[in-house]
Every structure is written in structure tokens, then in C-alpha cells.
Write a protein that binds this ligand. Structure first.
Ligand SMILES: *Cc1c(COP(=O)(O)O)cnc(C)c1O
Length: 421
């Protein structure tokens, strides 16, 4: 394996250099199918690993608490402008360090401690920051949950409306980490209007699809939209908050000085790069292919006798229900890892197993699609997943599968140009 890191790191810190090389090899030789993961472009990586990490720039463009921020102002303004254009948002804050900090700031902007919030239950696909009892959101707010219906495992908007009428939340949060279907922001807005609540859409997972016009747009219907930039958007680890003009000041003050101090300006400049990449025609094609790939993978798995929750997928991810296979999610994910496939165990709706074990495995296609894999490869991969999960006692098969996967990976290299850094 050719080294892609500067030789100086080998001299200064051989342990970390070795670790980077090992991880490069893992990312190269295995199938990354965790739906929240992706390969950021070389341009994004370069910006992240730049001298922009050296400086403090507390505050906002033209209102910094430190001198010498001219280039930082330019970078942050570019990021804001590009995001505003890409999503047609009235206001964007590009400083949140990550998705959870964006959600914390969004809550801080409109809620007081103890206020009532309604969001999607984490057991049914909601995020940790949507009221999980171990998370600040569950501790500081009076958080209530809606889930999916037992009948088809989809959001039941009539039921959500009934719960909203009962608990009278100040804020309704929609969006999920493990929901394979379209989310109807328009209905969520009508429910929020009916009970006089704010609507916040957390689209961390599907933001890339939204940017490409391949998923309904939350921006017109939401008071606040939060998102990560490192999942389907394929940018640096980080997040943004978009909001209506009247909330702009509250949101900005909630990020700084409310919940963060010095912004990560190297990450913010890299966000600007990813917004530019997302405006390209190739990006739209990329997002379309993610969805096509997910549909073919889902079809292949179902043909091989696996039940997917909700019976399939509309987006970039899917979940296999293993309850009738005598296998749990943890063991399945471990077996897949042994075979060279990185997927994660995930609770399925109404799961009878605890979160550390689960009855589901979650798969996504964003990272494979970045490598250039298409329908044909999805059929191959779906077949391999089925073989491995249908023969849990066969370690030899996992080893053989791993060899096939390494061969496939060789045809779809990552960072071809990485040696030219
Ligand atoms: C990933 C995700 C987040 C943010 O997570 P971080 O790990 O803090 O970046 C927030 N909300 C949802 C729905 C997510 O899927």
C-alpha cells in the first residue's frame, strides 16, 4: 500500500503515521456501507488540513473579537453565501462544530429549560439529540416522542397530529437517523401551525438528496433546519443551521456566544468548498445514483428473502430485520465486518432486543456511490451480504467474500490523486 501521507509525519510521530496508513487501507479495501459516512473530496481534505486551524476568529464576519481575520471573514462569507444559494435559505449559520452542537444551539435559540418538545423516538429512528434520556435534550426539556406505526413502520401523520394536540409542544422536531422513507415537511408544518409550535427539521442524513432536489425540501416549511455537512453532502465533519429571517439573530447568538466560542475556521472554509461541489451538475447525478443504488440493493436483498423495514427504501439507506433469521444485529454486523463490509447494527421499530444488540442492520449507499459503484455492483454486493448472513456458521465463506470484495475495491479506487498532495 502506497503511503499517502507526508514523510515528515513518519519521522515526528510514527505511531500516528502508521495508524493513518492502516485506516487508509481499511477505507480502500472494504465496502463502507454505514449510511452516515462518505469520502470527502481531496479539495475538502486539503482545506481541513490547512493553516486555517491556526487562528481564533470568535464572533462573525466584520464583528470579530480578534484582529487579523480578513481571510476568515472571506471564507465564512463564502460559505454562508453558497449555502444560502444552494438551499434558498433566508439565513444560514455555518459555525456549528457538528450536528449535535447545531441542534443544541437551535434549541437554545428558541426554548427555555423545561419547555415542551415533540420529536421522533430514538427507538424508531430519531437522533440522540431528539430527546434521548441520556442526552442533554432529554434532560433539559420536557421531551415527548412520536414513532412509526406498527402497521407499516412509516410515520403516521394523523397520530403525530393527535400527540401534538395532547402535549402542546413549543417545538416539533422532524428528521431521523434511521428512516428509509420520504419525510413530508409540509404535513409537519401544518401540524406545527395547528398547535402553534415551531418546526425544526433535522436533515443531517438527507441533506445531499435535498441539495440535489431528490428529496422534498424542508426549507420553505421549517422555522429552523439543521444539518451535518459530512454525510450525504460529502463535506467536512461539521454542521449548519438555516432559519427564517426573524430567527436569524436568535440563532446566531445561540451559536456564539450561546453554546460555542472560537469557530473551526478550517472546517468552515471546507464547508464552503463542499457547497461549491454540491452546486455542480455531477453532484446532482451523484445523489440520483445514491438513490438508484439503494433501490437496487434493497431489491436484491428482498429477492434473497430478507425483510427490510417498511418493505424497502426511498432514500439512501435501508434496514434488514433479522428477527426471523435467528441472528441479531450485533453479530450480523461483526460477520459482515469480517467479510469486508462495514455496516452497523441498528434497532428496528418495536425491537425486542436492547440497543447494544438489536435485531437490525443498517446499510447505506453514499460512500460506495462516491467510489463510482453502480447498479451492477449493488447486485453483487447484495448477493454477498445475503450469502454471509444466510450462512452465519461459515467462516470460510466470509474469507472468500472478503477476497472478492478486495478485488472489486481495486476496480473502484479512492483518492486516485492522493499522492499528488
Ligand atoms: C448524524 C445526525 C446528527 C448529528 O450528529 P453528529 O454526530 O453530532 O454530527 C444529528 N441529527 C441526525 C438526525 C443525525 O442523523
Amino acid at each position: 500500500m502506497a503511503s499517502y501521507i507526508d514523510s515528515s509525519l513518519h519521522q515526528i510521530d510514527p505511531q500516528i503515521a502508521k495508524l493513518l496508513e492502516g485506516e487508509y487501507e481499511r477505507q480502500t479495501k472494504t465496502l463502507v456501507m454505514i449510511p452516515s459516512e462518505n469520502y470527502a473530496s481531496r479539495a475538502v481534505l486539503q482545506t481541513m488540513g490547512s493553516i486555517l486551524t491556526n487562528k481564533y476568529a470568535e464572533g462573525y464576519p466584520s464583528e470579530r473579537y480578534y484582529n487579523g481575520c480578513a481571510y476568515y471573514d472571506m471564507g465564512e462569507n463564502l460559505a454562508k453565501e453558497r449555502a444560502r444559494k444552494l438551499f434558498k435559505a433566508e439565513h444560514v449559520n455555518v459555525q456549528p462544530h457538528t450536528g449535535s452542537s447545531a441542534n443544541m444551539a437551535a434549541y437554545y435559540a428558541i426554548l427555555e429549560i423545561g419547555d415542551t418538545v415533540l420529536g421522533m423516538s430514538t427507538e424508531h429512528g430519531g437522533h440522540l439529540t431528539h430527546g434521548k434520556n441520556l442526552n442533554f435534550s432529554g434532560k433539559w426539556y420536557d421531551y415527548h416522542s412520536y414513532g412509526v406505526s406498527k402497521k407499516d413502520e412509516r410515520l403516521d401523520y394523523d397520530e403525530i397530529r393527535e400527540i401534538a394536540k395532547k402535549v402542546k409542544p413549543k417545538l416539533i422536531v422532524c428528521g431521523a437517523s434511521a428512516y428509509p422513507r420520504i419525510i413530508d415537511f409540509e404535513i409537519f408544518k401544518s401540524i406545527a401551525d395547528e398547535v402553534g409550535a415551531y418546526l425544526m427539521s433535522d436533515v443531517a442524513h438527507i441533506i445531499g438528496l435535498i441539495a440535489a432536489g431528490e428529496h422534498p425540501d424542508p426549507v420553505p416549511h421549517s422555522h429552523i433546519v439543521t444539518s451535518t455537512t459530512h454525510k450525504t453532502l460529502r463535506g467536512p465533519r461539521g454542521a449548519i443551521i438555516m432559519c427564517k429571517r426573524e430567527l436569524a439573530e436568535a440563532v446566531d447568538r445561540a451559536v456564539f456566544p450561546g453554546t460555542q466560542a472560537g469557530p473551526l475556521m478550517h472546517q468552515i472554509a471546507a464547508k464552503a468548498v463542499c457547497f461549491r461541489e454540491a452546486q455542480s451538475f455531477g453532484f446532482k447525478e451523484y445523489q440520483r445514483q445514491i438513490i438508484k443504488n439503494a433501490a437496487i440493493l434493497a431489491e436484491t436483498l428482498m429477492e434473497r428473502g430478507f425483510r427490510l423495514t417498511t418493505g424497502g427504501t426511498d432514500n439512501h439507506l435501508m434496514m434488514i430485520d433479522l428477527s426471523d433469521k435467528g441472528l441479531n444485529g450485533r453479530d450480523a454486523a461483526d460477520m459482515l465486518e469480517e467479510a469486508g463490509i462495514a455496516a452497523n447494527k441498528n434497532s428496528i421499530p418495536f425491537d425486542t432486543r436492547p440497543p447494544a444488540i438489536t435485531s437490525g442492520v443498517r446499510f447505506g449507499t453514499p460512500a460506495l456511490t462516491t467510489r463510482g459503484m453502480k447498479e451492477e455492483e449493488m447486485r453483487l454486493i447484495g448477493g454477498w451480504i445475503s450469502d454471509v448472513l444466510s450462512n452465519p456458521k461459515n467462516q470460510d465463506l466470509r474469507m472468500k467474500t472478503r477476497a472478492c470484495i478486495e478485488e472489486l475495491c481495486e476496480q473502484f479506487p479512492i483518492y486516485l490523486d492522493i499522492l499528488n498532495w
